[in-house]
Write a protein that binds this ligand. Structure first.
Ligand code: GLC
Length: 553
């Protein structure tokens, strides 16, 4: 794939594959790279531009691969480097770009560097690649009050090689995920080299895990705020100014791979849970990253005022730095939007993680109806959009997983208080009547699939008018033909406040989008042509509650 000269990523739709759960070729119950390769035609047929693969590197899988033991190899559970090359070649043949995950904030505790650090003395060069500190109160207490995002303290005490209780190391996530020290030039050099390794193998870009966490405030001061709910600017482990310098160097690396001097063909996208949007926009200045995920949009409730505010604000912030805005409704860390939207909606931003059998259950029908309407809003918006595997099938969250099957470390680290993220990671159904719904030849997928996944499998939806799969295909085809991702959005007057009404105009055409979030049916303007609708719509019929329509006026 040569450079297009058009900065393909500015309006790309990028589909996230979670390798454990997409397609299993060998029947061991865990998805793998050869499985992905076989199923790639599904993505070409769906009409997306690129695929983003969550980590498939060598890993003990204590955080499902976000704990990397070797950044330059494939874990045997997923295949090998030859299988990766085959996947890349097939994707490019089908016209799909491939983005891989890079996990620079921490390694696995199985990484050779961390093992060397444990075997070495305090103050050694081996320890200096991570964040080791002496404890307080004679060494007994953690060096500061930081908490792990997965529950419990962010520090673990080690036993020194001579058998005595020793220093503590920092892990913002699981104990098996020690944070690197990014003030160390060796760390910087190593991760840059890893970028080059995958760029040389032909990848089209990287999704940067925990991009806002790499640099910690000098002196590691106590956190005086609730580090997970306050604006990130206040917390000493998030969004420190030093991260921007790192991404400036990374951008120079990806730019150096531009084909024939064309601008930035290989891209960098930040996973940065940073608020407010002004702070997030700093990551996508012209000499830093190309994109960052718009989690503010993901966290915005399905309420017309909130939606309008977030969309307007998001577009303005991105435009101010000349970056495309991105949009996302689901990923492997949050409750799927077909379930999230099945609850009553409250104003404000909400991050929802994990639903258990004893929790209040979402209204599945309402959730799917709203999810389809929300997707039809998202795919009309200017910029780039991210889809999470299975949302094109309308998959709900698996809310009834037995606790014994849960594998997200969050579940164990919070003593079950947080159900964790397994519910959105359940293997994808491809065929209604096959073992594991066609996920693989075995019938024991690593997480059990709920019975409602059968009728939602891809095969029974393919070619069926009104199915969620066909809705996605229609929206993606229109979005592409009308170049909506390159368009400009204008809000339209003359509609009730509970209706999102906007036009998107590009060089290739225009579409008017109406989304009815109110409880009254909305008569469509006279003389309009319906291009697509989130629910089947009879000619002349009004737009019902929680329905979105794309029109030509
Ligand atoms: C990111 C990933 C998440 C992972 C965490 C630690 O937030 O998306 O799945 O657990 O980083 O690497």
């Amino acid at each position: 794939m040569a450079g297009s000269g058009e900065q393909w990523w500015r309006d790309a739709v990028i589909y996230q594959v979670y390798p454990r759960s997409w397609a299993d070729s060998d029947g061991d119950g865990i998805g793998d790279l050869p499985g992905i390769t076989t199923r790639l035609p599904h993505l070409a047929d769906l009409g997306v531009d690129a695929v983003w693969l969550s980590p498939f590197y060598t890993s003990p899988q204590r955080d499902a691969g976000y704990d990397v033991a070797d950044y330059r190899d494939v874990d045997p559970v997923f295949g090998d480097l030859a299988a990766f090359d085959a996947l890349m070649a097939r994707a490019h043949e089908l016209g799909l770009r491939v983005i891989v995950d890079i996990v620079p904030n921490h390694s696995s505790s199985d990484h050779a560097w961390f093992k060397a650090a444990l075997a070495s003395k305090p103050g050694s060069a081996e320890r200096a690649r991570y964040i080791f500190r002496d404890g307080g109160d004679g060494g007994e207490q953690p060096p500061n009050n930081w908490q792990s995002l997965f529950g419990g303290p962010a520090w673990t005490r080690v036993t020194e090689p001579d058998g005595t209780p020793g220093q503590w190391y920092l892990h913002l996530f699981d104990t098996s995920q020690p944070d690197f020290d990014w003030t160390n030039a060796e760390v910087r050099g190593e991760l840059e080299d890893v970028l080059r390794f995958w760029l040389d193998r032909g990848v089209d870009g990287f999704r940067i895990d925990v991009a806002h966490g790499l640099v910690k405030a000098d002196g590691l001061p106590d956190s005086e705020h609730d580090q997970w709910s306050e604006p990130t600017a206040l917390a000493p482990m998030w969004d420190q100014p030093g991260v921007h310098d790192i991404y400036g160097s990374w951008r120079r690396i990806t730019d150096s791979y531009a084909v024939d001097g064309e601008d930035a063909d290989r891209i960098l996208c930040a996973e940065a849970w940073v608020l407010p949007a002004e702070a997030l926009a700093r990551y996508v200045r012209h000499d830093e990253l190309h994109q960052s995920f718009n989690f503010e949009y993901l966290m915005t409730p399905w309420l017309a005022d909130d939606q309008r505010r977030t969309i307007t604000h998001s577009l303005a912030q991105a435009e101010a730095v000349g970056a495309p805005q991105t949009w996302v409704l689901s990923n492997h860390d949050v409750v799927r939007h077909a379930s999230r939207l099945g609850y009553p909606q409250q104003p404000g931003l909400h991050r929802v993680e994990g639903i258990g059998a004893d929790d209040q259950q979402p209204d599945a029908e309402l959730g799917l109806r709203r999810a389809r309407a929300a997707t039809a809003v998202m795919l009309a918006l200017p910029g780039s959009a991210y889809l999470f595997q299975g949302e094109e099938l309308g998959l709900p969250e698996a809310t009834q997983l037995p606790d014994e099957s849960r594998q997200d470390p969050t579940f164990a680290r919070t003593g079950g208080a947080s159900k964790g993220r397994d519910g959105c990671r359940v293997p994808v159904p491809w065929e209604a009547d096959a073992p594991s719904y066609g996920f693989g030849p075995g019938d024991q997928p690593w997480l059990p699939q709920p019975p409602e996944y059968g009728p939602l499998a891809a095969d029974p939806q393919r070619g069926v008018l009104g199915s969620t799969l066909e809705l996605y295909r229609t929206l993606l085809a229109l979005r592409h033909a009308l170049r909506l991702g390159r368009g400009n959005l204008t809000w339209l007057d003359g509609f009730p406040d509970t209706v999102l009404a906007f036009a998107v105009t590009s060089a290739a055409g225009e579409v008017t989008v109406l989304a009815n979030l109110g409880d009254q049916p909305l008569a469509l303007p006279d003389g309009t042509t319906v291009l697509a609708s989130s629910q089947p719509l009879e000619p002349g019929a009004p737009l019902g509650t929680d329905e979105t329509v794309w029109l030509h006026l």
